[in-house]
Design a protein around this ligand. Structure first.
Ligand code: BG6
Length: 493
């Protein structure tokens, strides 16, 4: 396999990770850095400085990070190399008076400096103010915020306002890690580097679109967070809507960060609002009960939680975009935990041929419309389905067959993790794959009325058995329109 070309070299940096003993740092950020260092992309002088609240010694912290990285299957020598870059500072990030050791450590003004708030969101405002007060956000310093960015529009605005007081938008990096996934970036290439699709990318040729982000995991020790959030806020407000933006946006003039983000925000603003009792017709809420996932019995959501709850672990929406390009094309979104399979994908179903010259008795199956599947994970790739003649000299028989382009086969084994790309993009100063303030707020403006509608008209989610594709009402949502969900066993194995 040929190494993928790197873009501009990564400059020497100091990356400060606040919340460095937390799950995000250990499971996502550090492994991504381990790989980037092993690939030689990161200059050897660069430093990763973990900020922790506990008084554990530096030696103990490094030891524990090292063993947790090895437990995740990372190679011994690569972890050792990473640890040479890593140091720790003890501080309470909300209290500027405790930041002097960190300030003293950041002694080289020539380096790119970035602060990653891998903390609960209630710390975003105090932490950014404290960093500012300690003089750490001056110059070209960057601030990285991890989702969830607020709980609703008002809280997202409060975070954005507070951040805007301490540094400009051009140095604020809001992460939605889906944007760092290879296939998600490939959506831009698929659409705008190929003339084939763009010409049929509209209501003229497309019948409908489905976007699914299905997971097999349940609460994963995140009960405290998840039960306040639910599937709509946790997955749809950000990841699924970002997929929709890249799928539906108009071609930007350039790949410049703001050109791309201008187009994305237009998509979010064109989403037809779902308000009041419409939630009953255009949305579905579900919560899993005990069942079996991938051959293993799993408890129900409330059993895992240890109490009753009205939080949805599944949601499906029927959306429409009020634009010339997309008017009249239903876009079905769904996301859920503890479903039968883990997969995220966009399925585009084209319109049927306007007139079929094949007689019903010529066909073994009805002619099916063309379908394009953009698989984000796993088995990332692209599939195009069309009708073919079954070979033979008897009666003419048609069957659907697919062109199957998998990343693994096209480019080699390993698809880089989203954070590998995103962390180095921050250091390079490229904001294209980060959410701008107005995007986050536009997404909340769409989601908030649904949540309001749910409170009044749909407080109790439907039940679905863990290991299935969600509540039967989700099937009803799409079948009312004479369509059905495309399940992955029908295409990717
Ligand atoms: C996170 C959500 O943003 O994305 C989690 O908070 C979810 O609940 C995760 O499990 C899914 O990410 P991925 O990359 O595994 O699809």
């Amino acid at each position: 396999m040929l190494p993928l070309p790197e873009r501009t070299p990564v400059p020497i940096f100091d990356l400060v990770i606040i919340g460095a003993s937390g799950d995000l740092a250990i499971r996502k950020l550090f492994p991504a850095l381990v790989r980037r260092i092993a690939e030689g992309v990161i200059p050897p002088e660069s430093r990763i400085i973990g900020v922790v609240r506990s008084g554990e010694s530096e030696e103990d912290l490094r030891y524990s990070v090292g063993s947790r990285l090895r437990e995740q299957g990372l190679a011994e020598d690569e972890v050792a190399q990473f640890l040479q870059h890593l140091s720790f500072v003890q501080a309470d990030i909300a209290d500027p008076s405790t930041l002097s050791t960190l300030s003293a450590r950041l002694d080289d003004p020539e380096r790119v400096r970035a602060f990653y708030l891998a903390t609960p969101p209630n710390l975003f405002i105090p932490a950014s103010r404290a960093l500012k007060q300690a003089g750490l956000l001056d110059g070209d310093s960057r601030l990285i915020l991890e989702k969830p960015l607020g709980h609703d529009l008002a809280s997202a605005k409060a975070i954005n306002d507070a951040v805007a007081e301490v540094l400009p938008e051009s140095r604020t990096y809001r992460i939605d890690h889906y944007l760092g996934k290879e296939t998600v970036q490939n959506l831009l290439v698929l659409r705008f580097a190929n003339s084939l699709f763009e010409r049929s990318w509209s209501q003229r040729d497309i019948d409908h679109v489905q976007i699914t982000a299905a997971e097999t995991v349940g609460l994963e020790q995140r009960a405290g967070y998840y039960d306040h959030v639910g599937a709509l806020r946790d997955m749809v407000q950000n990841h699924v809507l970002q997929l929709l933006c890249l799928f539906a946006m108009e071609p930007p003039n350039t790949l410049d960060a703001d050109a791309v983000r201008d187009e994305k925000v237009r998509v979010l603003r064109a989403l037809r609002p779902i308000v009041g009792p419409e939630v009953l017709r255009r949305t579905v809420r579900g919560q899993y009960v005990a069942g079996s996932v991938e051959g293993r019995s799993v408890p129900g959501y409330t059993d895992e939680l240890g109490r009753d709850s009205g939080t949805e672990t599944f949601t499906a929406l029927r959306c429409e975009l009020d634009t010339w390009r997309w008017g009249g094309v239903p876009i079905y979104l769904r996301s859920g935990k503890r479903m039968g399979a883990r997969f995220s994908e966009i399925v585009v179903t084209f319109k049927a041929v306007p007139h079929s010259i094949f007689k019903a008795n010529d066909l073994r199956t009805h002619p099916e419309p063309n379908r394009l599947v953009i698989r984000v994970q796993p088995n990332d790739g692209v599939q195009l389905q069309f009708m073919m003649k079954v070979p033979g000299s008897g009666r003419l028989k048609l069957v659907p067959r697919t062109l199957d382009l998998r990343y693994e086969t096209a480019f080699g084994e390993r698809t880089p993790d989203a954070y590998e790309r995103l962390l180095t993009d921050v250091i390079r100063g490229d904001q294209t794959l980060f959410m701008r303030r107005d995007e986050v707020e536009a997404a909340w403006s769409f989601v908030d009325p649904i949540i309001e509608g749910w409170k009044e008209y749909y407080p109790v989610p439907h039940r679905y058995v863990a290991g299935t594709s969600g509540p039967s009402q989700a099937v009803g949502l799409i079948e009312r329109d004479g369509r059905s969900w495309v399940e992955p066993e029908l295409h990717f194995g």
